[in-house]
Ligand binder design. Structure first.
Ligand SMILES: O=C(O)COP(=O)(O)O
Ligand SMILES: [Mg+2]
Length: 221
């Protein structure tokens, strides 16, 4: 087989999770008497972990404000943590064909590499009955986040697979850049949260529009 290990991203790849993030973020903003933000904006901010998401929401845009007060952002982060802990998984759903696709890949070792914190990742995986698919789960607060190569290389090392025999599957430029930095091939999925970027510009080895399209890529000889 060309690949012996599949490294999956979570948000925007396996799970459409933005609605829960949108609710928890707006509860946080309204606690702080900040303006409410749209679901579309929240979707464009997902992908770099929760701390960055909260700071983008306080700034009201992708670019985090230089003038953001540390006491305010710490407070917002604490509030968001509480709201999202209540909310996570409530309205999150698997993308089309994810269940079928993961079942078809039963024989292939898989790891999950997400920028989401462990507390939320475990709750979400549990609610969606995904946990048992993965040999290893690496979260955003375990080590450096994507686009760092560190979590990808850690997974390869832990599961005893050469990076050249692993492949990353993700929805954002962070996934592609992390894979490039680790010298790991990558499939970019077009339906997730791409932060308004054209993923083609980052030259992934493969670009797929549907989750089932990844199967022939992963199982090629
Ligand atoms: O928490 C995020 O920002 C997104 O996490 P992901 O790495 O699973 O896409
Ligand atoms: Mg993602």
């Amino acid at each position: 087989m060309k690949y012996d290990l599949a490294l999956f991203d979570l948000d925007g790849t396996l799970v459409d999770s933005v609605y829960d993030l949108y609710i928890a973020l707006n509860l946080t903003l309204s606690d702080l008497a900040f303006p409410i933000v749209s679901q579309r904006l929240v979707e464009s901010w997902v992908g770099n972990g929760i701390e960055v998401l909260v700071k983008r929401a306080l700034s009201g845009e992708m670019q985090i404000s230089e003038h953001l007060d540390k006491v305010l952002s710490d407070k917002a982060f604490t509030l968001f943590y509480q709201h999202y802990e209540q909310q996570v998984g409530e309205y999150s759903v698997l993308y089309q064909h994810v269940e079928t696709g993961l079942a078809a890949l039963r024989g292939m070792p898989k790891a999950l590499i997400t920028n989401k914190d462990r507390l939320f990742t475990e709750k979400l995986l549990d609610k969606l009955a995904l946990t048992s698919h993965f040999e290893l789960i690496i979260c955003g607060d375990d080590m450096a986040k994507k686009p760092s190569a560190e979590p990808l290389l850690f997974a390869c090392n832990k599961l005893n697979v050469e990076p050249s025999k692993a492949i990353m599957i993700g929805d954002s430029k962070s996934d592609i850049l992390a894979a490039n930095a680790a010298k790991i091939d990558v499939i970019a999925l077009s339906y997730g949260y791409n932060q308004g970027e054209n993923l083609k510009d980052y030259n992934p080895q493969y670009l797929c529009d549907n989750f089932l399209d990844i199967i022939p890529v992963l199982t090629q000889r």
